[in-house]
Design a protein around this ligand. Sequence first.
Ligand code: 4NP
Length: 159
Amino acid sequence: MRVLFVCLGNICRSPTAEGVMRSLLARDGESGIEVDSAGTGGWHVGEAPDARATEAARRRGIRLEGQARQVSQRDFAEFDLILAMDGSNQHALRQLAPDEHCHMKVKLLREFDPASAEAQNLDVPDPYYGGPAGFDDVLDLVQAACEGLLEHIRSLQTA
Ligand code: 4NP
């Protein structure tokens, strides 16, 4: 099972989701799940994760790594699930999807958070232009959703 997390710049939210998921997989000794992240935009390609995101994650014992890259059509062949951080990212991904099967791989990350089932808005808000608290909010939302995502994948693996 290969999972790609996608936001706009691939320096704040999606590297956070990738780092959170890697830490959950390490905690559980999970195998058979690969994760990566990308951005719908290309402005930050090659950059490390945003220092504010890295610091907020570090305080929770989570390491953010990697270099930003832009999502491409090839990702639709290589990943089973393509998880957007917000509705705008989801729209951009669906525009890029080469066919209906690939279109269906695109979901919002927070669809997997059972506590958000009743929520009207399933966006992980963009923290880039806000204050440091926004990065903790991202972590709260992403940690809850990634726990749910892991449960979902496990249920598929044992089915
Ligand atoms: P991300 O945050 O999509 O969570 O990585 C952003 C990073 C950069 C920009 C916007 C959002 N930007 O406009 O450069």
